[in-house]
Design a protein around this ligand. Structure first.
Ligand code: FES
Length: 575
């Protein structure tokens, strides 16, 4: 570390010119039992821990952090673990997404305010990855990500049961497949049999693949199950590596180039990643200053075939993906589509990292010449109800509904939907289009995962499995169906979705990227005159700040004042 001694920002705290300030910074830290040389010679590595018992997917992170520390110490660093806001997907009301930006602020300010030279992000459950990465980008120190890993495969009556994916078909399982209450109770524990995050290719697995594809992890990190001993080895090696990254000054902005983002979009298509990927990647790009827009996801990703046969688009789970070779196999298959010279956290390029890897199960990870499905990626739709865009994941949708015309059945709010969807008198059939409003960033608030609303009970009983559903909401990455999401601008700020009424004709044409309502401009103008904006959710606290400043979905739903970076310098000291 000798030649880089002057560059360590932690020395501004621990070995400053003003010895009085050095005393104050060191003395209180020493109550934890550190010897003096820790403050003099070692780079300080912050281990940003999203552990919380209320975020069960990250419940094993205290132990994982110990393995990171082992690696940091071995490499001559000084590890200091710190907590940040943890966002448990299944717990937080009204939605964890409301708090992604809050957690990112917490991460950003915790990193900048403290004497850190490099950072390890411990991430797992959906929002913990983008939130901490967004925050870290706005500081731009050397940073490596350790994804916490998926749960072991769910197993129920000898069959795979995917977290989330089983849950989304619960209504159908009860009404059509005759599942008893006891069986459902058993399925609960069978789909959560170890530590870790959802083991489908839901949003958490998508985020883990995203950080590996961006080059922010050591190779092969994404798919290692949470309880596999190799996850501990990954944490250990990441601890060693971050110390080297500090000495190389390999900051986030050197890895997160436009090319890295393009790689991530293509790899996300090949793995069949969640639609939430779009919103998070846009927000991360905004923080690090890379230009990215909604159309990039379609232009770059929609010609990539689906290689990975995982739920919700396929039948396997993350443990199978890991056993088959994991993301390195996908990256190698994708060589001709990628920027292979993009630099990654270990200092090598993504191409160098993934040469010569072997696929152990072609049924789980297909060859690019014989893909699992031809259509992958994300289709971005435009039209008079989504002027700034809307998205659909074709691999999780029904082929026969990709071009569809149907009568709108409109629900003004999610409460309105719950109240009337199973009303036997509701005029709805399988050709109708379910329209849900009031679920966007401002409207819900926080753009909840409610877009994949259940079908009406009476249609499920008839054996209907899918219908076109459109909304300004998101959907869980573990969900499936012909679900159009992220309509922008959202209904609650007066987007044209707000003006759709029962009985309107909706046209969907995914091959031509169109979604519109058959109303002419003068009728839209007439309806707009009568439209009244919904009441604000709160005039105080974080919810008020969020709803006043959140950007729309096509921009990544970050708070407008958080876009960009403030760097790592803090000029004033505490006294
Ligand atoms: Fe945490 Fe799915 S609920 S990853």
């Amino acid at each position: 570390m000798g030649k880089n001694k002057k560059k360590l920002r932690s020395k501004d705290w621990f070995a400053p010119k003003d010895e009085k300030m050095g005393f104050i910074h060191r003395s209180w830290m020493r109550n934890q039992g550190y010897p003096d040389d820790y403050f003099r010679d070692r780079p300080v590595i912050g281990i940003c821990n999203t552990w919380s018992e209320l975020t069960p997917c990250n419940g094993h992170f205290r132990e994982l952090a110990e393995f990171v520390k082992r690696g940091v110490l071995e490499a001559g660093g000084f590890p200091l673990e710190f907590p940040v806001t943890s966002t448990g997907e299944t717990m937080m009301r009204p939605t964890a997404m409301l708090f992604r930006n809050l957690a990112s602020m917490d991460t950003e300010e915790s990193i900048r305010a403290n004497p850190l030279d490099g950072v390890v992000l411990l991430t797992g459950c959906d929002k913990t990855t983008p939130a901490t990465l967004m925050g870290a980008c706005s500081v731009d120190l050397p940073t490596i990500v350790v994804p916490g890993g998926p749960m072991l495969n769910g197993k129920f009556k000898g069959e795979r049961i995917g977290s989330g994916t089983f849950f989304w078909s619960l209504k159908d399982k009860i009404h059509n497949e005759g599942f008893s209450p006891e069986e459902i109770l058993e399925a609960e524990i069978c789909s959560a049999r170890s530590a870790g995050h959802c083991m489908t290719m839901g949003t958490a697995s998508t985020m883990a693949c995203m950080v590996e594809a961006l080059g922010l992890t050591l190779p092969g990190a994404a798919a290692i199950p949470a309880v596999d001993s190799r996850k501990k080895v990954l944490a250990h090696l990441s601890g060693r590596r971050i110390v080297e990254m500090v000495s190389e000054n390999l900051t986030l902005s050197k890895i997160l180039t436009r090319e890295a983002f393009e790689n991530a979009i293509k790899i996300n298509a090949a793995v069949g990643g969640s639609t939430n990927f779009i919103i998070h990647l846009l927000a991360i790009a905004g923080r690090i200053g890379v230009k990215l827009n909604l159309k990039d996801f379609d232009d770059l990703g929609s010609s990539i075939p689906l290689l990975v046969n995982l739920m919700p688009s396929g039948k396997y789970l993350m443990e199978d993906f890991f056993d088959a070779g994991g993301l390195p196999v996908v990256i190698q298959e994708m060589t001709k589509h990628l920027h292979n010279d993009a630099i990654t956290a270990n200092g090598r390029t993504i191409g160098e990292n993934n040469i010569g890897v072997e696929c152990y199960d072609p049924d789980v990870i297909a060859k690019i010449g014989e893909p699992f499905k031809d259509e992958a990626g994300i289709a971005v739709l435009f039209g008079n109800i989504c002027k700034d865009g809307a998205v659909i994941k074709p691999s999780a949708a029904s082929k026969e509904l990709m071009v569809h015309e149907g009568r709108a059945v409109v629900f003004e709010t999610v409460e309105d939907y719950h109240e009337s969807i199973d009303d036997p008198d509701l005029e709805i059939d399988e050709n109708c289009v379910i329209v849900l409003k009031g679920a966007g960033p401002v409207g819900y608030p926080g753009m909840a995962e409610v877009g994949n609303v259940d079908l009406p009970e009476k249609l499920l009983k008839k054996g209907v499995k899918d219908m076109v559903r459109i909304s300004d909401a998101r959907m869980s990455g573990t969900a499936f169906g012909t679900v159009i999401l992220h309509i922008s601008p959202e209904s609650s700020i007066g987007g044209n979705l707000a003006l759709v009424e029962n009985g309107d004709k909706i046209f969907l044409d995914v091959p031509n990227r169109k979604l519109h309502v058959d109303i002419d401009d003068s009728e839209l103008a007439r309806r707009r005159k009568k439209w009244v904006a919904p009441k604000v959710h709160s005039d105080r606290g974080y919810v008020s700040l969020y709803t006043r400043t959140v950007q729309q979905a096509h921009l990544g739903a970050d708070l407008d004042f958080l876009v960009g970076s403030s760097g790592s310098e803090v000029k004033r000291d505490v006294h």
